[in-house]
Design a protein around this ligand. Sequence first.
Ligand SMILES: [Zn+2]
Length: 270
Amino acid sequence: MPSESSGDLLELFAQDLLRSPLTEQIFLPQKPSVWMSHSSLQLRVCYDQVYEVNKNLSNMQLVKNLSTVKRPRRDKPIVCQIVHTTGDTNREKIFAYYLGKIGPHFFIDYDGTITQFVETARVAWHCGFQGEGEDNEGELYEKGWEVWSRRIDKSPWKVEDPYRGYETWRRRWPGLQSPIELVSGRYPNFTSIGIEVREPEHRQPAKFFDTQYEALAELLRFNAANHQLVLDRQHVLGHYDVNPIARCGPEGDRDPGEAFDWDRIQSMLK
Ligand SMILES: [Zn+2]
């Protein structure tokens, strides 16, 4: 960059941000270390190449905070969106974690604020199958219901074989042998956009906020318009749909959990 004053640099950067589509990576012209403000947007620089910017997207505020972890999508198209709940309520901890290697594309806070961590043009690591060889969840799913439904989640709980926690999955997806028959397929990270909804503080009963449902519906529609995605229940999935071994427990389905109202979100998408 030429040696303009910091004000000129900010103006240039602000114009660049305002022109850019939301899915485009923007690199900082330098590494500012202070809070800066601009008439059209608020800019906060957190780390190298990581920033937040407030823009209005319809009635929702989109905050963008891109991770430096970059994985190209290669040849697999996006076909679905996968909804999660965070499993933790501490925002600082959640953000620190998502700025590492594992995290969603988007995070929705209690007030409906959306933070984007990864460009949708890139793969985010939010629902990969774990384990090695025979113990890998994907390997087990390939063997069909009779095999994977007997995979008992390791601690903290112990349950009897067969694992009754998977029966709820089966009721949600009658006729399917395994989650790899869903549109998300054998490699769900590569075929999806991942959205984490901040978990309610009070789990009994857990209740997501109206603002979270509204932001989620808007974000699902926004992504669908950008990537030509279908918005029915087959294409807006929960983490527990694509990986029940990891996300269905004897105490109930936990990601996005039993408190998540699918009928409500589906009716908002019509
Ligand atoms: Zn999840």
